[in-house]
Design a protein around this ligand. Structure first.
Ligand code: K1U
Ligand code: ZN
Length: 176
Protein backbone atom coordinates (compact mmCIF):
# COMPACT_ATOMS: atom_id res chain seq x y z
CA UNK A 1 0.00 0.00 0.00
CA UNK A 2 1.22 3.49 -0.88
CA UNK A 3 -0.03 6.96 -0.10
CA UNK A 4 -0.53 9.07 -3.20
CA UNK A 5 -0.46 12.91 -3.49
CA UNK A 6 -3.88 14.57 -3.15
CA UNK A 7 -4.89 17.14 -5.79
CA UNK A 8 -5.82 20.56 -4.43
CA UNK A 9 -8.59 22.74 -5.89
CA UNK A 10 -8.47 24.45 -8.37
CA UNK A 11 -7.39 21.58 -10.64
CA UNK A 12 -9.18 20.70 -13.91
CA UNK A 13 -9.18 16.98 -12.98
CA UNK A 14 -11.47 17.75 -10.01
CA UNK A 15 -14.11 19.18 -12.41
CA UNK A 16 -14.36 16.19 -14.78
CA UNK A 17 -16.88 13.36 -15.04
CA UNK A 18 -15.15 10.06 -14.19
CA UNK A 19 -15.34 6.91 -16.34
CA UNK A 20 -17.10 3.71 -15.24
CA UNK A 21 -14.79 0.84 -14.24
CA UNK A 22 -15.01 -1.81 -16.99
CA UNK A 23 -13.28 -4.69 -15.19
CA UNK A 24 -12.32 -5.54 -11.64
CA UNK A 25 -8.58 -6.22 -11.93
CA UNK A 26 -5.34 -5.80 -9.94
CA UNK A 27 -5.06 -2.13 -10.99
CA UNK A 28 -8.41 -1.42 -9.32
CA UNK A 29 -7.49 -3.50 -6.21
CA UNK A 30 -4.20 -1.57 -5.91
CA UNK A 31 -6.03 1.73 -6.45
CA UNK A 32 -8.52 0.89 -3.65
CA UNK A 33 -5.69 -0.09 -1.25
CA UNK A 34 -3.76 3.11 -2.00
CA UNK A 35 -6.89 5.26 -1.62
CA UNK A 36 -7.65 3.76 1.81
CA UNK A 37 -4.02 4.25 2.90
CA UNK A 38 -4.07 7.88 1.63
CA UNK A 39 -7.47 8.56 3.31
CA UNK A 40 -6.42 7.17 6.74
CA UNK A 41 -3.07 8.99 6.53
CA UNK A 42 -4.64 12.39 5.63
CA UNK A 43 -6.77 11.81 7.85
CA UNK A 44 -10.19 11.78 6.24
CA UNK A 45 -13.42 9.79 6.28
CA UNK A 46 -13.68 9.48 2.48
CA UNK A 47 -11.70 9.76 -0.74
CA UNK A 48 -12.63 9.60 -4.43
CA UNK A 49 -10.28 8.44 -7.21
CA UNK A 50 -10.10 11.84 -9.02
CA UNK A 51 -8.65 13.35 -5.82
CA UNK A 52 -5.47 11.40 -6.62
CA UNK A 53 -5.77 12.07 -10.37
CA UNK A 54 -7.38 8.74 -11.36
CA UNK A 55 -10.49 9.44 -13.46
CA UNK A 56 -12.41 6.24 -12.56
CA UNK A 57 -15.71 5.81 -10.71
CA UNK A 58 -14.28 4.52 -7.42
CA UNK A 59 -14.51 5.90 -3.90
CA UNK A 60 -13.63 4.69 -0.42
CA UNK A 61 -15.03 5.72 2.95
CA UNK A 62 -14.82 4.84 6.63
CA UNK A 63 -16.95 6.93 8.97
CA UNK A 64 -16.65 4.41 11.84
CA UNK A 65 -12.96 4.61 12.76
CA UNK A 66 -13.12 8.14 14.19
CA UNK A 67 -16.04 7.16 16.50
CA UNK A 68 -15.35 3.59 17.58
CA UNK A 69 -11.63 3.35 16.82
CA UNK A 70 -12.36 0.23 14.75
CA UNK A 71 -11.98 0.53 10.98
CA UNK A 72 -14.92 -0.26 8.70
CA UNK A 73 -13.45 0.46 5.24
CA UNK A 74 -15.84 0.49 2.30
CA UNK A 75 -14.81 0.47 -1.37
CA UNK A 76 -17.48 1.49 -3.88
CA UNK A 77 -16.97 0.85 -7.59
CA UNK A 78 -19.44 2.34 -10.13
CA UNK A 79 -21.67 3.59 -7.27
CA UNK A 80 -25.21 4.85 -7.93
CA UNK A 81 -27.85 6.43 -5.71
CA UNK A 82 -31.08 4.40 -6.00
CA UNK A 83 -33.18 6.34 -3.47
CA UNK A 84 -32.96 9.55 -1.42
CA UNK A 85 -35.07 10.57 1.59
CA UNK A 86 -37.27 13.65 1.36
CA UNK A 87 -35.91 14.71 4.74
CA UNK A 88 -32.79 16.87 4.48
CA UNK A 89 -29.80 17.22 6.79
CA UNK A 90 -27.27 20.04 7.20
CA UNK A 91 -23.69 18.92 7.84
CA UNK A 92 -20.49 20.91 8.04
CA UNK A 93 -18.33 19.45 5.26
CA UNK A 94 -14.62 19.53 4.62
CA UNK A 95 -12.63 18.11 1.72
CA UNK A 96 -9.08 16.82 1.46
CA UNK A 97 -8.81 18.74 -1.85
CA UNK A 98 -9.86 22.01 -0.13
CA UNK A 99 -7.58 22.16 2.95
CA UNK A 100 -8.92 24.08 5.96
CA UNK A 101 -12.17 25.07 4.19
CA UNK A 102 -15.48 24.10 5.81
CA UNK A 103 -19.11 24.97 5.10
CA UNK A 104 -22.62 23.77 5.93
CA UNK A 105 -24.12 21.76 3.06
CA UNK A 106 -27.76 20.60 2.83
CA UNK A 107 -28.31 17.13 1.37
CA UNK A 108 -30.84 14.29 1.68
CA UNK A 109 -30.59 12.81 5.21
CA UNK A 110 -30.64 9.20 4.00
CA UNK A 111 -29.61 7.58 0.73
CA UNK A 112 -29.71 4.10 -0.74
CA UNK A 113 -26.62 3.19 -2.81
CA UNK A 114 -25.85 0.38 -5.23
CA UNK A 115 -22.26 -0.45 -6.13
CA UNK A 116 -19.85 -3.13 -7.25
CA UNK A 117 -17.63 -4.38 -4.40
CA UNK A 118 -14.07 -5.70 -4.53
CA UNK A 119 -15.66 -9.17 -4.13
CA UNK A 120 -17.17 -8.74 -7.63
CA UNK A 121 -20.71 -8.67 -6.19
CA UNK A 122 -23.35 -5.95 -6.53
CA UNK A 123 -24.23 -4.48 -3.13
CA UNK A 124 -27.13 -2.26 -2.06
CA UNK A 125 -27.37 -0.54 1.32
CA UNK A 126 -29.08 2.41 3.00
CA UNK A 127 -26.94 5.06 4.75
CA UNK A 128 -27.75 7.70 7.38
CA UNK A 129 -25.78 10.32 9.35
CA UNK A 130 -22.16 10.99 8.36
CA UNK A 131 -22.12 7.84 6.15
CA UNK A 132 -24.94 9.33 3.98
CA UNK A 133 -23.28 12.76 3.82
CA UNK A 134 -19.90 11.26 2.96
CA UNK A 135 -21.30 8.90 0.26
CA UNK A 136 -23.03 11.86 -1.46
CA UNK A 137 -19.90 14.05 -1.16
CA UNK A 138 -17.76 11.28 -2.73
CA UNK A 139 -20.27 10.55 -5.51
CA UNK A 140 -20.22 14.29 -6.32
CA UNK A 141 -16.42 14.00 -6.81
CA UNK A 142 -16.99 11.29 -9.45
CA UNK A 143 -19.28 13.75 -11.27
CA UNK A 144 -16.77 16.61 -11.11
CA UNK A 145 -18.61 18.42 -8.31
CA UNK A 146 -17.12 19.82 -5.08
CA UNK A 147 -18.97 20.74 -1.88
CA UNK A 148 -18.39 24.44 -2.69
CA UNK A 149 -20.58 23.94 -5.81
CA UNK A 150 -23.50 23.60 -3.34
CA UNK A 151 -22.76 27.12 -2.00
CA UNK A 152 -23.47 30.54 -3.50
CA UNK A 153 -21.06 31.99 -6.14
CA UNK A 154 -19.51 34.52 -3.73
CA UNK A 155 -18.56 31.91 -1.10
CA UNK A 156 -17.30 29.58 -3.85
CA UNK A 157 -15.13 32.33 -5.35
CA UNK A 158 -13.76 33.30 -1.92
CA UNK A 159 -12.67 29.70 -1.19
CA UNK A 160 -11.16 29.29 -4.69
CA UNK A 161 -9.13 32.51 -4.32
CA UNK A 162 -7.81 31.43 -0.89
CA UNK A 163 -6.69 28.09 -2.32
CA UNK A 164 -5.09 29.68 -5.41
CA UNK A 165 -3.05 31.80 -2.97
CA UNK A 166 -2.17 28.77 -0.83
CA UNK A 167 -1.00 26.85 -3.93
CA UNK A 168 1.18 29.80 -5.02
CA UNK A 169 2.76 29.87 -1.52
CA UNK A 170 3.35 26.11 -1.60
CA UNK A 171 4.94 26.40 -5.08
CA UNK A 172 7.29 29.14 -3.80
CA UNK A 173 8.25 26.87 -0.85
CA UNK A 174 8.87 23.97 -3.26
CA UNK A 175 5.89 21.95 -1.90
CA UNK A 176 3.73 19.92 -4.29
O1 K1U B 1 -13.71 13.66 -0.05
C1 K1U B 1 -12.96 14.13 0.79
O2 K1U B 1 -12.23 15.05 0.52
C2 K1U B 1 -12.92 13.54 2.18
C3 K1U B 1 -13.77 14.32 3.16
C4 K1U B 1 -15.12 13.64 3.27
C5 K1U B 1 -16.20 14.35 4.01
C6 K1U B 1 -16.01 15.00 5.19
C7 K1U B 1 -17.05 15.61 5.87
C8 K1U B 1 -18.29 15.56 5.36
C9 K1U B 1 -18.47 14.94 4.17
C10 K1U B 1 -17.43 14.32 3.50
C11 K1U B 1 -13.03 14.31 4.49
O3 K1U B 1 -12.78 13.29 5.04
S1 K1U B 1 -12.56 15.84 5.14
C12 K1U B 1 -11.79 15.42 6.69
C13 K1U B 1 -12.76 15.00 7.74
O4 K1U B 1 -13.94 15.20 7.62
C14 K1U B 1 -12.26 14.33 8.96
C15 K1U B 1 -10.93 14.23 9.22
C16 K1U B 1 -10.51 13.61 10.38
C17 K1U B 1 -11.41 13.09 11.25
C18 K1U B 1 -12.75 13.20 10.98
C19 K1U B 1 -13.18 13.82 9.84
ZN1 ZN C 1 -13.94 15.92 -1.02
Amino acid sequence: MTTRPILIHPDPRLKKLCDPVAALDDTIRQLADDMLETMYDAPGVGMAAPQIGVMSRVFVMDCAKEKSGFPEPMVMINPEITWVSEEKNVHEEGCLSLPEQYADVTRPKEVRMRWLGLDGQTHEEQFDGLWATCAQHELDHLNGKLFIDHLGPLKRQMVTRKLEKLKREWAREGRA
